[in-house]
Design a protein around this ligand. Structure first.
Ligand code: GDG
Length: 484
């Protein structure tokens, strides 16, 4: 069966070279895990290329496809569509709303109209590049109407959908002017997947309020919904990383040397690491406040612990992101102004995209990872840190509002990111933790992440999509099935 993956962006980066383009492979666990599946099945990937109106883009993609072993198809988007569907509807409506920030949503009707137009465009591309035998796997919140549009256009396809971000509870979701349309669109997929059991519960509750004629049956990881006389499956599939790849990279000589250099440059002091895309959901200002509180409440931690905060530039065209950056920068300078002494700076701030090796070197050398999003679908940084912690002595301080907390809560130090004193206390506890406890916790974290890696994620989604009977799924709670 041919697999067709659909996402807002294709898993490549196009770089302009003179009059032409160079195609570079995309990074990240999703592409690493899906590429072999697509190659084996002879698959396709449909998405926007990231550039506007270049006629020859598809020719470059065709050349690349021959090498990659699966086909890439670009969906062309105009500048206006990118502005209204991507920056507008996706990132000024759905992203903030689904991260519980309804007050900053911009519910402009033109954004929804553009979103619908683009979803129709994607549906036409899916219809063109697949037949009724294919399985279409749609990724994420930009394309929640893909299955609905396919049906409207008269195409019969089996479609699954995975939401990478959280699904909000009804009191927040109901604020959305297009709430019923979105729920009805999601119910048109054959399988809808969420990151955690909590996200699925929120979805089921919203369906209950907006389409009370829908019946749910079964329990466990995957349940059945009956909607307008047809059945679909609704499950949770916590996404993960390529554990072995990260671990192996962390063990290379190059990364070990880089880690050693960082350690020496910081005069062998302990490092706390934060690494995030620039985003208000990641809780960076609250984290900086927690650092200030740490140095204030526990002055003995000054000159012993420094935070290295990596911020990766992101969504610079979306309203509010630039202000966030300025706010973070002024907070960093304030803390540094207050506590720096000759030879020691409390917060090292890096605003750039590090190479994978550099990032892994920081993961390897950091004594503590401080992962404190206000809300996050999963958070892969938490998992990558553990995979790269080859010394086995690092401590993960993790927000209870990250999807990853459901799986990792027993062995990480869980914190409420809004409680800056609580975060400071957790950092102090992490610093003082005896080595046996650190090793025991990190061992458990690594075992769990190794077991439920990105390949497990792909396999469990695809099995729910077309292989297994519902009875084959776990009915019992396992570690990542917690309510958190
Ligand atoms: C969305 C959801 C969900 C970070 N700094 C650098 C760098 N990174 C990479 C990390 C990691 C990725 O960025 C960030 O992934 P997250 O999961 O933390 O967050 P989102 O980007 O918001 O992703 C999230 C995810 O989708 C998957 O479903 O977990 O909840 O919001 O992989 O390694 N990479 C490089 N340099 C850096 O400086 N090269």
């Amino acid at each position: 069966m041919r697999l067709v993956v659909v996402s807002n962006r294709l898993p490549i980066a196009l770089k302009k070279k003179g009059e032409s383009y160079e195609v570079h492979p995309g990074k990240g666990g999703l592409i690493t895990a899906l590429a072999p599946v697509l190659r084996d099945r002879g698959g396709d990937w449909i998405g926007w290329s990231g550039v506007h109106g270049e006629d020859d883009v598809q020719t470059h993609l065709d050349d690349y496809s021959r090498k990659a072993g699966y086909n890439l198809h670009a969906v062309p988007l105009s500048r206006e569509q990118v502005q209204d569907y991507y920056q507008g509807f996706s990132n000024e409506v759905i992203w903030p709303l689904f991260h519980d920030l309804q007050t900053i949503c911009n519910f402009k009707p033109a954004f929804f109209a553009s979103y619908m137009e683009v979803n129709h465009k994607f549906a036409s591309a899916i219809a063109e590049h697949s037949d009724s035998e294919a399985y279409v796997w749609v990724q994420d919140y930009h394309l929640m109407h893909a299955a609905w549009c396919l049906k409207q256009q008269g195409h019969d396809r089996r479609c699954g959908f995975f939401l990478h971000i959280p699904f909000p509870p009804p009191d927040i979701f109901l604020k959305l002017p297009w709430r019923t349309k979105i729920i009805e669109a999601l119910l048109e997929f054959d399988l809808v997947g969420f990151q955690t059991v909590r996200d699925r519960r929120n979805f089921v509750q919203c369906v209950g309020l907006l389409r009370p004629d829908t019946q749910f049956s079964g329990r466990g990881q995957v349940v059945t919904a009956t909607y307008e006389g047809r059945e679909l499956r609704v499950g949770y599939f916590p996404i993960s990383i390529d554990f072995k790849e990260f671990q192996n990279l962390a063990r290379t000589r190059k990364v070990a040397e880089q880690a050693h250099q960082v350690h020496t440059a910081f005069r062998r002091r302990h490092l706390i690491l934060g690494a995030d895309r620039l985003d208000y959901s990641k809780g960076i200002p609250e984290r900086i406040q927690a650092m200030r509180f740490l140095y204030f409440k526990y002055p003995q931690m000054r000159e012993k612990l420094s935070l290295v905060q990596i911020v990766v530039p992101s969504r610079e065209d979306v309203l509010g992101y630039r202000d966030k950056k300025l706010k973070i920068e002024s907070m960093v300078s304030e803390v540094n102004g207050e506590f720096s002494v000759p030879g020691w700076v409390p917060i090292h701030y890096l605003y750039r995209n590090l190479s994978r090796e550099e990032l892994v070197a920081y993961y390897r050398v950091a004594s503590i990872a401080l992962v404190t999003p206000l809300k996050d679908g999963m958070n892969l940084v938490a998992k990558e840190y553990c995979a790269c912690n080859v010394s086995g002595q690092g401590v993960l301080v993790l927000s209870e509002f990250a999807g990853a907390a459901a799986q990792l809560q027993r062995w990480a130090l869980l914190v409420n990111p809004h409680d800056v004193e609580g975060v400071a206390d957790a950092l102090y506890r992490a610093y003082l933790m005896d080595i046996d406890e650190k090793q025991a916790r990190m061992h458990k974290l690594r075992v769990s992440i190794r077991k439920y890696d990105i390949y497990w994620w792909v396999e469990s989604f695809l099995q729910a999509a077309f292989d297994r009977q519902l009875g084959d799924f776990r009915q019992e709670s396992v570690d990542f099935h917690s309510e958190r």
